[in-house]
Design a protein around this ligand. Structure first.
Ligand code: S5P
Length: 277
């Protein structure tokens, strides 16, 4: 079987072991979108203005729900309604990183993200027990976990043997770990001769994507959708400020225009990738 990145999202949806991954892959194919918008704004009005504008064009909305200054539980209700209305999944970028397993599974605060986010993520730094802890609350709800294997910021320590260990941890829990925040494909990385890696399919969600900038003043590094999806074989492009700028008093027409631009660029890079076989 060819490497996952040479198969269509639909083909992969039919085989994936995890329900959230299957749903995401199906939505990507259906909406012709591998775009995830990262809605990193502090006011719920801006948050929802952006989501209403980009909703029809994304496969996944990525949230940092704790940065909303005016958060209240109705935010979650509305987010879920929009997820159904526009058919996108929700990814709470919670970056769990604490010790195990009980601490992780109760570290949910007032928002209880396992109740509404189809996908969340964790750092590999605590070791495999972080997966065990999150799986104990995530598996019963058909959730999927993303491990941070390679970060996009300048000087990130997520390289070499750290990345390999993160992939090994994921390999041992393919029922729950559906992929990585990374910059390249990860299948087979860190595998020994005795590991069964046949059929391994990790979704690679890549932040650090921009069409107009190569970085910001805080160490973020941007690559284009063509570099990320076609050259590096990543599956989902995560875009934040490239779509809504500062994210204050957003101009929804401009947000829509940028979302369409990134959607088209990401999809074109994917089509080029799967057609080269
Ligand atoms: O390595 C990473 C991992 C993540 S999840 N680099 C990242 O930039 N992110 C997140 O992606 C980051 O927290 C932010 O929410 C988003 C990128 O936003 P942008 O405005 O730079 O596109």
């Amino acid at each position: 079987m060819s490497s996952p990145h040479l198969q269509t999202y639909n083909e992969r949806a039919q085989r994936h072991a995890n329900k959230a991954a299957r749903a995401l892959l199906r939505v990507m194919e259906e909406k012709q979108s591998n775009l995830s918008v990262s809605v990193d704004v502090t006011k719920s009005k801006d948050f929802f203005d952006i989501i209403e504008a980009v909703g029809p064009h994304v496969c996944l909305i990525k949230t940092h729900i704790d940065i909303l200054e005016d958060f209240d539980p109705t935010v979650i209700d509305r987010l879920r309604e929009l997820s159904e209305k526009h058919k996108f999944l929700i990814f709470e970028d919670r970056k769990f990183a604490d010790i195990v397993p009980w601490h992780c599974s109760i570290q949910k605060g007032s928002t209880r993200s396992q109740d509404w986010a189809h996908i969340t993520n964790a750092h590999a730094v605590p070791g495999p027990s972080i997966i065990t802890g999150l799986a104990s609350v995530g598996i019963p709800k058909d959730r999927g976990l993303i491990l941070l294997a390679e970060m996009s910021s300048k000087g990130a320590l997520t390289t070499g043997s750290y990345t390999e260990d993160a992939v090994r941890m994921a390999r041992a829990r393919r029922d729950f770990v559906i992929g990585f925040i990374a910059q390249h494909r990860m299948e087979g990385i860190g595998a020994s001769d005795t590991d069964n890696i046949a059929g391994e399919d990790f979704l690679v969600l890549a932040p650090g994507v921009g069409l107009d900038a190569t970085g910001d003043a805080m160490g973020q590094q941007y690559r284009t959708p063509e570099q990320v999806v076609f050259e590096s074989g990543c599956d989902v492009i995560i875009v934040g400020r490239g779509i809504y700028g500062k994210g204050e008093n957003v101009d929804t027409r401009e947000v829509l225009k940028q979302a369409q631009r990134y959607q088209a660029a990401g999809w074109e890079a994917y089509k080029k990738r799967v057609q080269r076989t």
